[in-house]
Design a protein around this ligand. Structure first.
Ligand SMILES: *Cc1c(COP(=O)(O)O)cnc(C)c1O
Length: 375
């Protein structure tokens, strides 16, 4: 290939995003600056209202990160202190960290071919272990877990569900968004996420007014009124600037960006059909296509990834090490079984570029690089 046509295909492209949002973002910054109010004001309230309306929940509470949203959700969910929480080993470490920081004990169960928790494993584990009081499922890669199955598990085994929706903004299954099946959910505005801000941020989502109120206190030192601290809270406030930019520059474009993610994912699926590249997908519902994870069959994944990368395609790994194997988790929590599928995916998974600012040429370049790498 001649030098001049060689262009890297990025995993994310924040410069291109900036060109699109620049005017609206600068206007939002100016609005906040002129208002003279920088933390927990009108911008956060208005963004929370619009996010809740977009997501389809009664309340959204803006916090400093997805990790904090999950910790606060767990703390508000009336789970007995120190209880065991069933979760997935194949996720961002923040999922596990939220459980530990909330004073609870993670119990890691295996996943299925979609990368999400295996429902049969969950059922069996809950039947054998009455000490598990909650489930923290992750809608990994944007693929929604079956809400009816989760609901049935919660009813049959009397467990509380808190959902990790950091990757699933825009996902739907059985006519509902992720995040409304449990008592509360956490999502993230980390820049790479589907609704990514220009920095850190997150939100707790819930239909329960008491949880929303408690979360608003916990994010602000546990204050119930100024200088009155009724709980040991955090400093986890979403600031006015981030809220203003999210509301004015990013949220209004989210639906169009999700549609572009769908179109790219569809093209990938079609191109890899019948090849050794297996997209890691769920069979039901409508994915938010946060990532496009694949598994390479019958070949060394590292060698294939190197060959794809040589063509200028930037690849990701989600996630190369399962949570219980992280040094920080040593001696904590419990692993059920050998986590065979989670470990296999951790070893083999490759994430192809999937973001709304990829053009059609880049999508074809990714496909060509992949098909070449497996021949
Ligand atoms: C990004 C992410 C988080 C954490 O969100 P932060 O805003 O980075 O704290 C938690 N869970 C999953 C699945 C994520 O992808």
């Amino acid at each position: 290939m001649p030098e001049t046509t060689f262009r890297r295909v990025l995993a994310n492209d924040f410069s291109r995003q900036w060109e699109i949002i620049r005017e609206a973002a600068l206007e939002a910054v100016d609005r906040v600056g002129r208002s003279g109010w920088l933390v927990l004001g009108e911008e956060v309230r208005e963004f929370e209202k619009q996010l809740a309306a977009w997501w389809g929940t009664n309340y959204a509470v803006g916090v400093a990160s997805g990790l904090d949203a999950l910790e606060i959700a767990l703390r508000c969910a009336r789970i007995p202190a120190g209880a065991r929480v069933l979760t997935t080993p194949l996720t961002a470490f923040a999922t596990t960290l939220a459980i530990l920081r909330a004073g609870l004990e993670p119990v890691w169960c295996d996943v299925d071919q979609s990368g999400n928790l295996d429902l049969d494993h969950i059922e069996l584990t809950l039947r054998n272990d009455r000490e598990i009081k909650a489930i923290l499922p992750v809608h990994l890669y944007g693929h929604p877990m079956d809400p009816c199955a989760l609901e049935r598990l919660a009813d049959d085994h009397d467990v509380i569900i808190i959902e990790d929706c950091a990757q699933s903004a825009g996902a739907e299954r059985a006519g509902r968004p992720t995040g409304v099946t449990g008592v509360a959910a956490g999502t993230s505005f980390y820049p790479t996420k589907n609704l990514g801000g220009l920095g850190d941020g997150g939100a707790l989502l819930t239909n329960d007014p008491e949880i929303a109120e408690q979360a608003s206190r916990l994010r602000d030192y546990g204050q119930s009124a100024r200088y009155r601290h009724t709980e040991l809270g955090l400093n986890s406030r979403l600031d006015e600037l981030q809220a203003a930019i999210l509301r004015s520059a990013l949220l209004p474009r989210l639906d169009a960006w999700l549609a572009r993610r769908h179109a790219i994912a569809e093209r990938y699926v079609e191109a890899f059909d019948g090849t050794r590249i297996r997209p890691i997908m769920a069979t039901g519902g409508c994915s938010a296509h946060h990532l496009f994870p694949v598994e390479v069959l019958e070949m060394d994944p590292t060698a294939v990834a190197e060959r794809i990368a040589c063509q200028g395609v930037v690849l990701g790994r989600h996630y190369p090490v399962v949570c219980p194997d992280q040094p920080a988790a040593r001696g904590l929590g419990e692993t059920i079984g050998s986590l065979e599928v989670a470990r296999r995916l951790a070893n083999n998974e490759i994430s192809l570029p999937l973001h709304p600012h990829l053009d059609d040429h880049e999508v074809e370049a990714v496909i060509n690089a992949c098909l070449e790498a497996i021949t």
